[in-house]
Design a protein around this ligand. Structure first.
Ligand code: PMP
Length: 304
């Protein structure tokens, strides 16, 4: 990892430490069984300071997900404080990405969640684009099914659940695509491997509803807010696979990918180029995250 500090600093358990000293044992529960949950949070450098995007909301989601998984996180205030201090200690003056995680910190044999100690870690890395937001993504529908809520809840952002994303993403990349879309076990469109999805049909935005085995994305909420402000109707409902191919526009959204437009799905071209509704949302989103639109100042938390 390279931050501005000579020696990157992270938080593990109860202290700030040099990143290279943040080690966990090989018999750690979280490593053996994937018993953890995490967040990905962006901080945007506006030329003067770093602004955390939906900073508190991400830590609130993490605390709620930890509770769901019988884990105890530090308080939301404490997690925010640690992240802010990491920015200061690392002397960041560029876009960053925080990775906080609550995890089972025991070493006993056997996959259980209760009666195991809880750990907390947080580190940050510099991050520009995660997916190319300009060129138009080529997607495929994965042969891997999205986890269902009663298997490993996608809503939980659980570490172990990301094996599902990794299988789909590697399959897509090895087959020459940029990203995969996953259908849920009922055959409806769920989401990308780390993104939510919107289609445009007849001037309206359509996105899988919260019971479609998705992560309830914070960027997804932001897009819904932007659409309301722009007078674009939004429908949350089940989406069949072939509706993807009939869409006028498709885009992915997420903290990492921001707003990324889709050029094709399963080699079927979507529209011609980046569509007008996607373009508008992408532009307003970018202005908002860089603090250029005061209407969305409430999305940002000044950090350092
Ligand atoms: N779905 C999955 C599976 C993800 O990992 C992510 C990234 N956190 C998203 C959707 C987008 O969520 P958010 O907008 O909260 O980053």
């Amino acid at each position: 990892m390279s931050t501005s500090a000579a020696e990157p600093i992270a938080w593990l358990r109860d202290a700030y430490r040099p990143l290279e000293e943040c080690q966990v044992p090989i018999n750690l529960h979280a490593f053996q069984y994937g018993t953890g949950c995490f967040e990905g949070i962006r901080g945007y450098w506006d030329g003067t300071q770093i602004n955390g995007l939906f900073f508190r909301e991400h830590f609130q989601r993490l605390a709620g997900n930890a509770r769901m998984l019988l884990m105890e996180s530090p308080t939301v205030d404490r997690m925010c404080e640690i992240a802010c201090e990491l920015v200061r200690r690392n002397g960041c003056q560029h876009n960053i990405y925080f990775r906080p995680m609550v995890f089972k910190d025991g070493v006993e044999l056997g996959p259980i969640l209760h009666q195991q100690p809880d750990g907390y870690l947080c580190y940050l890395i510099p991050l520009q684009d995660y997916l190319d937001t300009s060129k138009g993504l080529e997607l495929c529908v994965s042969s891997w099914c999205r986890l269902s809520d009663n298997t490993i809840p996608t809503r939980a952002k659980a570490t172990g659940g990301y094996l599902n994303s990794a299988l789909a993403k590697s399959e897509a990349l090895l087959n020459g695509f940029d990203e995969a879309l996953m259908l849920n076990s009922r055959g409806y469109v769920a989401e990308g491997t780390s993104e939510n999805l919107f289609l445009v049909r007849d001037g309206a935005l359509i996105t899988p509803d919260r019971a479609s085995d998705i992560l309830e994305g914070i960027t997804r909420n932001a897009v819904i807010e932007l659409a309301a402000d722009l007078g674009i109707p939004v429908v949350e409902r089940s989406i069949g696979r072939t509706e993807l191919y009939r869409a006028d526009e498709v885009f992915l959204c997420g903290t990492g990918c921001q707003i990324s437009w889709v050029r094709s799905i399963d080699r079927r071209q979507i529209g011609t180029e980046r569509g007008p509704i996607t373009a508008r949302i992408q532009e307003v989103y970018e202005d908002a995250v860089y603090g250029r639109n005061q209407r969305y100042a409430h999305w940002l938390t000044p950090i350092a």
